[in-house]
Write a protein that binds this ligand. Structure first.
Ligand SMILES: [Zn+2]
Length: 412
């Protein structure tokens, strides 16, 4: 375990094995064997945008990385939740009688926001899928630990952690106006009414952080409106905190929910955690380039035993099946609501099916209105349309898709 392609071919020919999954190609033996597996560890690099995943088989003389992959993280969860809330509210206004407002509706204890839960579920789902193909015995995950204050002010120490710009000030507005001494940061006037200003407007995703707040006179603020300084053709103003702190969002994402992640993995198998600096040390000692999958691989010191690498790098995609929301919010021009999933099936093909095409193996992304299959190829991500009569069904849809490409120069 795992076997070689020639041997797998012989086993299949003699019907001693059957195909379990076509991509990544996995076979299952038709007969019982004595216990002959080696321990396999799943190594996870829990990231903000991309997770790295590596499966390492621990043999007696060497370690073998049998699977290297990256899982792209969904970034649209918040948007989708907002959309759902909006649609729900509208529907209830239309369809239900008046109900008294309910208060103190708390989330159950220990619940996490959907953006975080979704990330954890993604990793556990991938782990479970890989577990069906390989007997994984243990897990190790790299979790982030950031001192976000120190990332903004490297000199910060002691009591300064508690004394930010808003310390001992009455409120946020007062802090901002007093910081700039009641001077407009756009035109420089000190006359008239001063207002607290969001440089990137809240409607465009701007936050209440100190790096987005400045002081503006009423006329400048009105002139700018809901636009960014660039759009309104105005100079970029100074802010309370000159350093852009948008990147902290990603630190927060990797920090939150890591305890839950370990808990969830613990339910499946014994799990350990390591810190980023340990991974970095291991990766530099092994002289491997910085990628998410090598980061995952280096959560343990890979140089203790000789290491054999697989040459295929996988991209893992979690496929969303439900498209009801887009269906509801996009009625046709004449206002008619199309039947849900009108283009669900075409000559037996469904979205997510693995098909054979002249361009190679591919996943069906969509069924077009012109009765064609829109697909993405596995090996090079080519996107094309094809008539269903020219395609060949290889495997029915699975909610986790694997894409693979050869990586020869990186592995040198
Ligand atoms: Zn002004």
């Amino acid at each position: 375990m795992p076997t070689t392609p020639p041997k797998a071919r012989i086993l299949l020919k003699q019907s001693r094995a059957k195909v379990f999954r076509l991509y990544p190609f996995t076979i299952q033996l038709n007969y019982e064997t004595p216990h002959q597996t080696q321990p396999v560890e799943i190594r996870i690099d829990y990231g903000a945008k991309t997770h790295g995943i590596a499966l390492v088989q621990q043999c007696r003389t060497h370690d073998r990385a049998i699977f290297l992959g990256e899982a792209k993280q969904r970034q649209d969860v918040k948007k989708k939740m907002d959309q759902r809330r909006e649609l729900r509210r509208l529907r209830r206004y239309r369809n239900t009688r008046y109900r008294k407002r309910r208060f103190h509706r708390r989330r159950p204890e220990g619940s996490l926001p959907p953006t975080i839960t979704q990330r954890i579920e993604a990793i556990t789902r991938i782990t479970k899928t890989l577990q069906k193909m390989t007997p994984i015995t243990s897990a190790i995950a790299e979790t982030g630990a950031f001192d976000t204050q120190k990332m903004i002010h490297p000199q910060i120490q002691g009591v300064q952690y508690q004394q930010g710009p808003g310390y001992e000030s009455e409120n946020r507005r007062h802090t901002v106006l007093a910081y700039f001494n009641y001077t407009c940061q756009y035109c420089g006037t000190t006359e008239g009414v001063m207002t607290e200003e969001h440089v990137i407007p809240k409607g465009k995703g701007g936050t209440d952080s100190w790096s987005n707040l400045t002081c503006a006179c009423l006329s400048c603020n009105t002139k700018k409106g809901g636009r960014t300084p660039g759009e309104a053709d105005m100079p970029n103003p100074e802010t309370v905190n000159p350093r852009n702190t948008n990147f902290l969002r990603f630190c927060a994402l990797t920090q939150s929910g890591k305890t839950r992640l370990v808990e969830e993995l613990q339910k499946l198998m014994p799990t350990q955690t390591v810190y980023g600096w340990q991974t970095k040390q291991n990766r530099q000692a092994a002289k491997l380039p910085k990628t998410h999958y090598f980061d995952a691989l280096c959560t343990r010191d890979t140089f203790a035993k000789p290491l054999k690498l697989t040459s295929t790098i996988h991209t893992i995609k979690l496929k969303r099946r439900n498209t009801r929301q887009t269906h509801y919010s996009n009625p046709t021009k004449n206002g008619r609501m199309r039947p849900y999933n009108e283009h669900k099936e075409l000559y037996g093909y469904k979205k997510g099916d693995l098909i054979g095409t002249p361009y190679g193996l591919a996943y069906v992304d969509a069924i077009t209105e012109s009765k064609q299959l829109f697909f993405t190829t596995i090996s090079n991500g080519l996107r094309h349309k094809i008539s269903p009569h020219k395609a060949r069904l290889v495997e029915t849809a699975k909610s986790i898709q694997f894409f693979g490409h050869r990586q020869t120069d990186e592995l040198g």
